[in-house]
Design a protein around this ligand. Sequence first.
Ligand SMILES: [Zn+2]
Length: 342
Amino acid sequence: MITELKSIGDIYTKMPSSDDARRFLEDLIWADGRVCPHCGGLCSTELKGASHRSGLYQCNECRGQFTITTKTPMHATKLDLRVWLAAIYTVLNSSKGVSSVVLARMIGTTQKCAWKLGHAIREMMREDYGSNALLSGIVEVDETSVGGAPKFKKGKKNKRGKGTKKTPVMVAVARGGEARAAVLPGISSSDFEPLIRGWVAGDATMMTDGSSCYNFITSAFPVHHRVIHSKKQFAIPATGAHVNTAEGFGAFIERARVGVYHRITGYHTQRYLDELTWRWNRREPVEEIRTDKKGRTSPHIRWKPLPVVQMMRFLLKSAPGREMRRSENYGLRWPAAALLGG
Ligand SMILES: [Zn+2]
């Protein structure tokens, strides 16, 4: 069992053949036992012998045949599975994502191939938040916008936020916990409410800015603190009210857009948001003591990404049932169930 991968080269050293990579994927995805992707059956037999390719199994219940990649985003791939692992390794090791151009250079494929791999990996990063994954404790909610014209260009100052062509995005972050982000269908309260109610536990302490769109929160949650930015109010020490964590997550999204993807538009926006949320939620707190210029020390929490094999395990657990196919026009298509979050 491979528990550590230090570089892309390490993948090829520790897995001298594509078969080794397949076994590694089996260890990660079927850690709790082999599951038939056709019927969910737990009882299957390996098909051995020269007439079968290695890693082929037959379900004892539905008699269907399958491999580790069946009905995953790697379905029917012709690529060496080590290339998949190299792509996953690269994407998981970058803090804000990688463009397909850079990914292609790192793993030695064409840009088109890397683009598809990137989307397949992002498909696995789409999280299904079950009902027991509600944000709780202190939850900051903020609205941000992604894309659109840069703030300054050729001496012209462009408008920010609402009323521009940017995509409105809703962000919720539990302090010291997970984040959620979604493209808003609109910017009125009726667009906000179902999202927030679907993300946040009913007993959470809510923190927002002064926007009237958040008025429903006051009656829907036991505690609602606001900071009124227009009154130059950014934090209220007495109540601990601020939305700096949510704004920090918003800034993290914006840095990824500017630094990595340049343009995040239209229907791909939610996929990029899912990738960034996934990254944010796969970090662990490291307590450190910081020393300032005057030699004073203070405790500080630094968020460190999880070790890469652990992240791979998280990622690949979401692979079964997320089949992704090539469309006729050389793009991608998702079988309907995947699009509906099934
Ligand atoms: Zn079956």
